[in-house]
Design a protein around this ligand. Sequence first.
Ligand code: SF4
Length: 330
Amino acid sequence: MSEQTTDLLLIEDLAKEILEKRKSRLLSDIKVWPRTNTYASQVPTCIRQGYYAIKEWDKAKLHDAELQARFNKGKQEETNLIAELVSLGYEIVEQQVPLDKALTERYRLSGKIDGKIKHGGRRIPFEVKSMHPMSFAKVTTIADIKDDHFMIKYYRQMQVYLLGHNEPAGLFFLTDCLGHWKIIPVELNYDDAESVLQTVEAINKHVAKTALPDRIPYDTDICGFCSFAHICLPDVINEAIVQWENNPKVTNILDRLGDLKPAHKEYENLYDQVKEIFKNVRLAVVGKWTVSGKISKRKSYDIPDDIKQKYAKSTENWLIKIHQGEESVE
Ligand code: SF4
């Protein structure tokens, strides 16, 4: 074996060793603790999930090293973003202060706000949320956060903080972990804040009686990401595992679909941008590209409802959603 080959093997071993060490450290960071309160950052859509988080906390399915690395990156993003705000001349106060004591005691609801920015005689609460660049691209308004099955927890958390800190509005700082920011204002909405507190109260009532709440109708966006699905829906989970777990052909198809997803989304995104740029342009030549456009006409028929009703028929389609970790392919 040549000296060069020996060197390469040594270096490959070193690379492998570093990755293994990192993985085992990440795994050692994954912990779950007993809890008696609901966390403001995790107020669920499903009361049963909230009940499990307190009564069956030790049965939660733990995340993997990859997701733990993502969480660690989120913490770094928060630290860096706050440091950058300070360097821009903003005074940040009340970092990690707990939720109002009265609210915590009454609702058994805990949480710590990321901080407040002193501005115009006020202290404006803010939360830093780092996300995958694809998710980041999708969010431009508070409605995008409220409409997302995962991010709606951010909205609930902020409503609780605004209520607890008696502030009419706050800010979400979003980062894509690539250095880009978006800053989204959010107002206190008393109805929404009340609805969050009602959810927490419902969890508490069931916890006090040790009465397992009913399941919500199965929803892949919610149950598919639930850490307690294996105890809540053992039949569904077991049936799924028995049928498909060792099917390499299907695994390959799903893997490839997952690989292509970012490219597919990027294509759609760029196509929309191009459509917007060349709106009403009949012909454009850009380098090696030619873009042509024309008005497309479509006939439609205004049929009165009573006649439409006569010809209505219902058909059924089987819809699927594919999940991997936090991401989903539809
Ligand atoms: S699996 Fe679904 S119904 Fe069961 S606790 Fe989780 S979210 Fe609720």
